[in-house]
Design a protein around this ligand. Structure first.
Ligand code: ARG
Length: 256
């Protein structure tokens, strides 16, 4: 009898484990209320990147998502939707500041951040709300979450649905061993079989309810020894706040 029950429990566990969908890389479908700050950034009408809502008129993304900051109108954002081509609110971008010292060279990608001002104010709700910026980078081993519409495996496009996965902040020196050229404007996060991937760029890495990272780069996706590399929000916060103040004119950049 005991053996039979053990077998039943064992097979139920196996079946349910097998049915867990593999997404972002190693992720799960999200509820929008879990990630109401998630943005799908569009370039010329197509999803190109993720982003995060900072306030009802400011969005943060990665510098490498913005090839032409001088033509903001080719970009728009969709918020409040679990699918990257329908629903929620779709709003045009009118002004962009990309980090002046953004370096776009593969393993030397530094200051990978840009801020966008929207043409009209977002209507905030349970599905659409800002995320505060981290003041301090979380220590290695802290739990973190990444979400996005990107690839579910290296070279395998996402389904168009928002996915998320849980990671841990990586030990910086260990991540540096893999990448060699990291600086303090970067923070790494990883977990076995889980990662952000192409198409998630610009999107949020969140820990303890704060935006701690912006999806930046990696070598392929979810490869052991190659954590995902994120722009370090706590380190870039002074630049971000200053750029937002510029976007808002003379206003002090206070967070709504
Ligand atoms: N650069 C990628 C993008 O444009 C993001 C890659 C993240 N890679 C990783 N292994 N975490 O979408």
């Amino acid at each position: 009898m005991f053996i039979q029950w053990t077998l039943v429990i064992f097979s139920v566990t196996l079946i349910s484990a097998g049915s867990i969908p593999e997404r972002i890389v190693g992720g799960k479908p999200a509820e929008i209320t879990q990630f109401p700050w998630q943005v799908s950034l569009y370039k010329l009408g197509n999803h190109c990147c993720g982003g995060s809502i900072y306030s009802n008129e400011i969005v943060i993304t990665a510098a490498h998502c913005i090839e032409t900051p001088e033509f903001p109108k080719i970009y728009s954002v969709r918020v409040g939707s679990l699918t990257n081509n329908t629903g929620g609110q779709l709003v045009e971008v009118v002004e962009i500041i990309r980090h002046e010292n953004y370096v776009p060279k593969r393993r030397h990608t530094y200051n990978d951040v840009a801020v966008l001002r929207l043409q009209s104010k977002l209507i905030l709700s349970d599905n659409v709300s800002p995320i505060p910026l981290a003041d301090k980078a979380p220590s290695a081993g802290s739990p973190a979450w990444v979400s996005g519409f990107g690839n579910i495996r290296t070279n395998t496009p996402g389904t168009g649905n928002l996915l998320y996965t849980s990671l841990k902040i990586s030990d910086f020196d260990q991540c540096q061993n893999s990448y060699k050229y990291l600086t303090k404007v970067q923070i790494c996060a990883d977990a076995p079989g889980k990662d952000s991937c192409q198409g998630d760029s610009g999107g949020p890495l969140v820990s303890d309810g704060k935006l701690v990272g912006i999806v930046s780069f990696g070598i392929l996706c979810a490869r052991p020894d190659y954590p995902g590399v994120y722009a370090n929000v706590a380190e870039l916060k002074p630049w971000i706040l200053n750029a937002i103040a510029k976007l808002l004119g003379t206003h002090i950049a206070d967070q709504k």
